[in-house]
Design a binder for this molecule. Structure first.
Ligand code: SAH
Length: 258
């Protein structure tokens, strides 16, 4: 089933109006016709609006709402990936994969050992591009929300933000043993059950360092903010692998089991 994102205002009662570049895609690329079914999300409420195409014109596709699926495809916790700015265009791959794996938000972080330095103008244009990559990945993986890529933060700002979350961890290659990792996973699973009880998805943070890793001071600062160092095993993973590895583990632990 083809999936599209619209603004909340484009869903009015049982009428859904699709505009913009999706119209050309529906008309000329997918060659869809009235009567065919599509699924639509407004990108924020997590619902899937299943509808039937009514009419297709030059600049809009009008649809009729058939039903709403409340419990869609989203994980029971909102995972924020704090990613140390990597070199070249690695961030694009990281965002695409993190969105596929269920992350709810991505925060690029300028850490002490980041090679890449972004001035304000560059940061703005990069963030815009990254947001587009998130939206494309969300469409492709049929997410009900478009994960937000926020403008880059400093490590201090990021830690401050994370300290307000239900739980946060910082994978650190010098962390010893898997006890802290297991505790973190248990904690996240408990939070998922909490979501089932009260309906609101608790927030979970994960910090991944850039190619050069985190400095000892950054790890100490993280501990002060209740962000716990954890190991991802005895092998050193590249920055683009580390986040995806822990997101995959969380996804399997958190996936609804019927
Ligand atoms: N500079 C380091 C590796 C950095 S890897 C070195 O070469 O030794 C980039 C990031 O991936 C790290 O900051 C950490 O967050 C994460 N990472 C990679 N391997 C890890 C592991 N085995 N355990 C925990 N975190 C790891």
């Amino acid at each position: 089933m083809q999936h599209f994102f619209v603004e909340a205002s484009q869903i009015q009662g049982n009428r859904i109006c699709i505009t913009g570049t999706d119209v050309n895609h529906i008309r000329n690329v997918l060659r869809m016709h009235p009567g065919e079914e599509i699924s639509v999300s407004n990108g924020v409420d997590g619902r899937e609006y299943r509808c039937e195409i009514d009419t297709i014109s030059e600049d809009e596709v009008l649809c009729r709402l058939m039903f709403i699926k409340e419990d869609g495809v989203e994980l029971p916790v909102r995972i924020t990936l704090f990613q140390g700015l990597p070199k070249a265009d690695k961030m694009e791959l990281i965002i695409q994969k993190a969105v596929e794996l269920g992350a709810a938000e991505i925060v690029p972080v300028a850490t002490a050992r980041c090679v890449v330095k972004l001035d304000e103008k560059k940061a703005r244009s990069k963030t815009e591009r990254w947001q587009m990559i998130s939206e494309a990945a969300a469409k492709q993986s049929k997410r009900a929300v478009v994960p937000q890529v926020v403008p880059p933060m400093t490590m201090k700002e990021a830690l401050q933000y994370a300290s307000q979350m239900a739980v946060a961890a910082i994978p650190y290659e010098l962390a010893e043993g898997m006890q802290a990792t297991d505790r973190f996973l248990e904690e996240v699973q408990k939070l998922a059950l909490q979501k089932c009880a009260d309906g609101d998805a608790p927030q979970v943070g994960i910090f991944i360092g850039p190619e050069g890793g985190f400095t000892e001071e950054e790890i100490e600062l993280a501990k002060d903010c209740n962000v716990c160092p954890v190991s991802l095993g005895k092998r050193i993973l590249r920055t683009e692998t580390a986040g995806l590895a822990i997101l995959s583990v969380l996804m399997f632990h958190l996936e609804e089991r019927g």
